[in-house]
Design a protein around this ligand. Structure first.
Ligand SMILES: [Ca+2]
Ligand SMILES: [Ca+2]
Length: 132
């Protein structure tokens, strides 16, 4: 059973996508509950995601590439420069493969509201309780 914070965080991302309430979010949260034992597959997803986001294939994610990711996800114009600054832990203005993998793992499996990886999909309002 995942603790409360990851559930709220992930509900914040997926609730807008579950507008017709077809249970998609419930399935996502079920997966989250099992994530503790699935860190390896989360890292595998990070690799695949990195390849998809790194559009010019130079081995790093620029702020423009990151913005495309968030806008594709949210479906609207989004200001991402501030968040990108948080995610770029070493401040070289790019997300390396290692940085991204760490952020991604933190997002799916982390339990620290202060961790930058919590915002890998951009800033959003946390719902007060997880969808159930
Ligand atoms: Ca790139
Ligand atoms: Ca960096």
């Amino acid at each position: 059973m995942a603790s409360e914070f990851p559930r709220r965080k992930i509900a914040g991302i997926f609730t807008p996508m579950d507008a017709d309430d077809n249970g998609y979010l419930d399935e996502v949260l079920l997966v989250v509950d099992r994530l503790g034992a699935m860190t390896e597959s989360v890292v595998g997803t990070a690799e695949a995601m990195f390849e998809a986001v790194d559009e010019d294939a130079d081995g790093k994610i620029s702020s423009a590439e990151y913005r495309q990711l968030v806008e594709a996800w949210t479906g609207r114009d989004t200001e991402t420069d501030e968040v990108f600054g948080l995610l770029d832990v070493n401040g070289d203005r790019h997300l390396s493969r290692e940085e991204f993998s760490e952020l991604w793992t933190e997002f799916w499996a982390g339990d620290n509201p202060q961790a930058p990886g919590s915002w890998v999909f951009g800033r959003f309002e946390l719902p007060t309780t997880a969808h159930s």
